[in-house]
Ligand binder design. Structure first.
Ligand code: NAP
Length: 307
């Protein structure tokens, strides 16, 4: 299928383009971006022109940040194209519901992707947990924002979600693998005094589940989920790519490069089967944390640590 990739920035270049180029199912036929380009691929800077001049393109994959994404998604669906949304699927829950309705009424596929659900240990973790009694679940997701989002001011603007931008990846895994559903009961959010979104968050859920997100982690980075059950302890490390059970590695390795090929393979199946896949449960936890959370004001954040 011919596909247009929109929003040529960090994730488009790091993951989408290599996944598309390596796939036999997809032809990266055009890009839309105001500044970004992919060598050898026709680039548009006007999204309406892309849609009107390229009726051969069946699928549009949107990789820009969440706040501007809705308008592009709506235009693509209204122009009869299937749509893939980067995570988190929107700036608000209501706008994603609106997109679902437009897709359904036009008979189109909408795929709200969660790349971390495609990490190598996640499916095996889900099957191991099925039928077991969960005693506790603890997420620790601590990374250095200056390394992973260099200069990306949108993450600290309203709708950028701050530390929930990576944190929602952990929540996408938790909501996929836990054999019980949990909901948030308390949250503590650390907002830099000069920013609009939190740089750290500590969440408490029913089911003895918790999450510790922090974007100020220098040195070793941690993306772990530990789940204690009546039949042993499961740990997912490296953002879900390595699975350990009772201290023994049973699945995966530390590469994240399989996630986007798996997302595009799933999109192929969804289009072929005429289905959508929109699960907002990870984002509901983020919205709940921002609704219920206690707000602390912490040190101002600047991109250069020296400032
Ligand atoms: P980014 O590099 O800051 O942005 C991607 C591109 O979006 C930009 O280069 C820009 O291209 C376009 N864009 C920015 N603001 C726009 C606007 N107002 N209207 C239209 N286009 C706009 O961000 P990113 O890191 O790739 O993240 C994008 C999405 O992918 C986010 O939802 C993020 O959560 C998700 N994601 C990121 C990562 C990661 O490691 N960075 C990993 C997984 C998922 P032009 O200026 O050329 O239009």
């Amino acid at each position: 299928m011919k596909l247009a990739l929109a929003g040529i920035g960090k994730i488009a270049i790091d993951q989408h383009v290599p996944a598309l180029k390596a796939s036999g199912d997809w032809d990266l036929a055009a890009t839309f971006s105001r500044h970004g380009r992919v060598e050898g691929v026709p680039g548009y800077t006007d999204f309406s022109a892309l849609l009107s001049e390229r009726p051969d393109i069946e699928v549009v994959s949107l990789a820009m940040p969440p706040v501007p994404r809705f308008d592009y998604a709506r235009m693509a669906l209204e122009a009869g194209r299937h749509v893939m949304l980067e995570k988190p699927p929107g700036a608000t829950l209501a706008e994603v519901h609106a997109l679902e309705k437009i897709a359904a009424s036009n008979g189109l596929t909408l795929f709200a992707t969660w790349h971390s659900r495609m990490a190598k240990g996640v499916a095996a973790a889900k099957s191991w947990l099925a039928g077991k009694t969960v005693r506790s679940a603890a997420i620790v997701w601590r990374e250095d924002v200056r390394h992973w989002h260099p200069g990306q001011d949108w993450v600290f603007e309203p709708g950028g979600m701050g530390v929930f931008d990576p944190g929602v990846n952990a929540l996408s895994i938790l909501t996929e693998i836990l054999p019980l559903s949990v909901h948030l009961t308390a949250a503590e959010l650390d907002f830099p005094a000069n920013r609009q979104t939190p740089i750290a968050a500590r969440l408490t859920f029913t089911g003895n589940a918790s999450a510790d997100f922090d974007w100020r982690q220098e040195g070793p980075q941690t993306w772990d989920i530990t789940i204690a059950t009546d039949a042993g302890t499961l740990v997912l490390r490296m953002g879900g790519n390595v699975l350990e059970i009772d201290g023994r590695a049973v699945e995966g390795d530390d590469s994240i490069m399989g996630e986007y090929p798996a997302l595009y393979a799933h999109m192929t199946r969804l289009v072929e089967e005429g289905r959508s896949d929109v699960d907002l449960s990870p984002m509901i936890h983020v919205a709940d944390a921002l609704t219920l959370g206690r707000r602390n004001s912490v040190e101002p954040f600047e991109w250069s640590a020296a400032q």
